[in-house]
Ligand binder design. Structure first.
Ligand code: NAD
Ligand code: DAU
Length: 343
């Protein structure tokens, strides 16, 4: 039987890595080709368990490298491409917006061009709820739907919105068979410890201060990463071409409550919490309305936050070498630069 080939870009990152594991576990008739530039956020240790799997191939490549991407398409002739590759951290986009435009916008264009040139059955863009901007804290009745206007705040979200518009333009103009998912904040295993949840776990374990931006009242809508992977899998199977699907599980939490919960789970004191200068342009609240993916595709999240956060804390306790290699490496310089004078 010929196997279907899926190129997964950014598969050495947090969600892409979880997606690679999900797909290889679930399907034996798919070949997964992971294309990743291994930036500071890419980690081959995440893919170590599948490196020898005959249905898996890893290729170190930058999505902005047009000739490299075309060569890979020529070799692999993929049926499907799922694009996770991105610069993903809002704080870094405030420090250095250029690389966000390069990878997130121009890299996406290279992938779309490759799909046009060599043909594809599906191009799926992994996008974010941040393209909708933010919602006020005092309007809990408001949610992002797929028709909410794009209204971005950070260079990161602007670059993701730019990519989404290109993807939709390639569908309308060139009839490229695309889908887009816009998901809320993910958490779970292999999450890079510059993001809220893994950063707070790592700092608490080291008895280091936990830097909470502003008043800590900003709200994020958290989804366990495996639920996001299942949503993308379902969109690839049954999603309608040209459509956008919001993904989220109605799990809104204030940052400060998450931080307190982590401290409690680790038996650490709240005195470790330090309120620091707010993020510039900090989005107040995200909240996804997942009605479309639920009614059209039958998707619902399976992991409740109370269980997901316990599993996540346990994963970080059981997999110290994975994140300790990160926090002692290049990330240590970044951490000093970002928080040095705040803590
Ligand atoms: P991540 O930063 O953990 O991983 C990104 C991966 O992309 C890394 O492996 C990195 O090496 C790779 N990469 C970066 N630039 C590249 C380039 N030029 N060429 C090839 N590979 C490159 O990110 P993540 O949190 O896993 O997010 C994955 C995707 O999901 C992103 O597109 C992000 O916008 C989107 N998203 C993330 C969340 C979240 O909560 N983390 C929520 C919604 C959507
Ligand atoms: O909503 C989806 C988005 O979620 C994704 O598109 C992004 O790629 C992903 O990084 C995430 O963006 P956020 O900015 O919401 O995630 P982050 O973990 O950086 O921050 C979560 C909240 O915690 C936010 O309100 C800022 C706050 N925060 C973050 C850090 C790193 C702190 O208070 N202190 C911190 O040190």
């Amino acid at each position: 039987m010929t196997k279907k080939t899926i190129i997964v870009t950014g598969g050495a990152g947090f969600i892409g890595g979880n997606f690679v594991h999900h797909m290889l576990k679930k399907y034996s008739d798919y070949r997964i080709v992971c294309l990743d530039a291994l930036t500071y956020a890419g980690n081959l240790e995440t893919l170590e368990p599948v490196m020898k799997n005959p249905n898996f191939r890893f290729v170190k490549l930058d999505i902005t490298d047009r000739s490299g991407v075309y060569k890979l398409f020529e070799e692999e002739r993929p049926e499907v491409l799922v694009n996770f590759a991105a610069e993903s951290h809002v704080d870094r986009s405030i420090e250095n917006p250029g690389v966000f435009v390069s990878t997130n916008v121009m890299g996406t264009q290279v992938l779309l061009d490759a799909c046009r040139k060599f043909g594809i059955l599906r191009y799926h863009q992994v996008s974010t709820d941040e393209v909708y901007g933010d919602l006020p804290l005092d309007r809990p009745d408001l949610f992002f739907t797929e028709t909410t206007p794009l209204h971005t705040s950070s260079p990161y979200s602007a670059s993701k919105a730019g990519a989404d518009l290109l993807v939709l333009a390639y569908h309308r103009t060139f009839k490229l068979p695309v889908t887009i998912s816009r998901c809320s904040n993910n958490y779970g295993p292999y999450h890079f410890p510059e993001k809220l949840i893994p950063l707070m776990i790592a700092n608490a374990l080291a008895d280091k201060p936990l830097p909470v931006y502003g008043d800590g009242m900003n709200v994020r809508d958290w989804l366990y990463v495996e639920d996001h992977c299942r949503a993308i899998d379902l969109i690839l199977e049954k999603g309608r071409i040209g459509e956008v699907y919001n993904v989220g599980g109605h799990n809104e939490m204030h940052n400060i409550d998450i931080v307190k919960l982590i401290l409690k789970a680790l038996g650490k004191p709240e005195s470790l919490i330090h309120f620091v200068k707010d993020r510039a342009g900090h989005d107040r609240r995200y909240a996804i309305d997942p009605a479309k993916i639920h009614s059209e595709l039958g998707w619902l999240p399976e992991t409740k936050f109370a269980d997901g956060i316990q599993k996540t804390v346990k994963w970080y306790l059981d997999n110290k070498p994975w994140w300790e290699h990160i926090v002692t490496g290049e990330y240590a310089d970044y951490y000093k630069k970002m928080y040095g004078d705040k803590l």
